[in-house]
Design a protein around this ligand. Structure first.
Ligand code: MG
Length: 305
């Protein structure tokens, strides 16, 4: 695979995954999940979102979750910081090494889902980014709807590219380009990433949803073009609020790791242990596992992974 030796996985299940679940986990359960995920060998975990408890109860007390974690030498802990108020909660968290901000390549998605215009979201970032940088934190920005928007349809690539360049100039270290509604195909991935060639691939992560079953194929396309950072969620949790199917969630970490190991790309992740964490989590959440690998292993206990 284009000489790739390593791939970096950003586990987003404890944030992007849990925030979409009808059942809320306790602080203790969320801390335990993060620790179990880290124990499998994952090197970056998005641990929560600093939102008001009433707005998103699934992410309530993210400050308490993160206060129970110690600064890790082997795993980067990050969290979503949606606004300045959130920053005031996040800034004192010792274990936090990276903050994630959220905006959209589509103006209408921004207005509907973040509750502000695109330019207002950038104004908020202009305040938060220097404060976070001054604390030595890395900055990730989610750029949603790069491959399409539920309100605007196709999104202009030049608009996404200009926004990406602005965010990097503002001090963003990593952009996570998201196929929020899970519609991208390999050729569309190629078109966008070719347009993004002026940006060093080390600043780019890819965030795929599996709504159309294209996530793994799209990862392959990205790796073929030299991109090595991918978001995924344990058990394929999370998802797009515009689709109802169980499989509309994030690319499952188990499936991504299975692909990488199959390609001979070492991740340092214990896949068997990872599947076990995903299965236990699904029991806790009373939901089905959306990892294709875990589903296929259910009745094949002799299969070695
Ligand atoms: Mg997602």
């Amino acid at each position: 695979m284009n000489g790739l030796e390593s791939v970096h996985i950003v586990e987003v299940g404890p944030r992007d995954g849990l925030q979409n679940e009808p059942r809320c986990l306790s602080v203790h359960q969320r801390v335990s999940l993060i620790q179990q995920l880290e124990a499998t060998g994952l090197k970056e975990i998005e641990c929560g979102s600093f939102v008001s408890n009433s707005k998103l109860p699934q992410m309530a007390d993210t400050d308490k979750v993160m206060a129970r974690l110690s600064l890790s030498q082997t795993c980067i802990y990050s969290a979503l910081v949606p606004n300045q108020k959130a920053w005031s909660q996040a800034e004192g968290i010792e274990a936090l090494q990276r903050i994630a901000l959220f905006t959209s390549a589509s103006e209408l998605f921004c207005q509907h889902n973040i509750g502000c215009s695109l330019s207002e979201s950038l104004k908020a970032f202009a305040v938060i980014i220097p404060l976070a940088k001054a604390k030595g934190l890395k900055i990730r920005v989610y750029l949603s709807c790069v491959w399409g928007c539920p309100y605007e349809g196709r999104v202009d690539i030049n608009q996404s590219l200009a926004l990406a360049a602005t965010l990097l100039e503002m001090g963003c270290d990593q952009l996570s380009l998201a196929d929020t509604i899970g519609i991208a195909t390999q050729s569309q991935i190629k078109t966008v990433l070719t347009a993004f060639k002026s940006i060093d691939s080390e600043h780019i992560a890819l965030h795929f949803h599996n709504s159309s079953g294209m996530a793994i194929a799209n990862v392959m396309q990205c790796m073929d073009m030299g991109f090595v950072t991918f978001d995924s969620a344990i058990a394929g949790l999370g998802g797009c609020p515009f689709a109802n199917a169980l499989d509309s969630g994030n690319l499952a970490t188990e499936d991504l790791v299975y692909l990488l190991h199959g390609l001979g790309i070492e991740t340092g992740i214990d896949l068997k242990q990872l599947c076990s964490v995903g299965n236990s989590l699904c029991q806790l959440l009373h939901r089905s596992n959306a990892s294709r690998l875990s589903l296929s292993l259910l009745n094949k206990s002799t299969l070695v992974i």
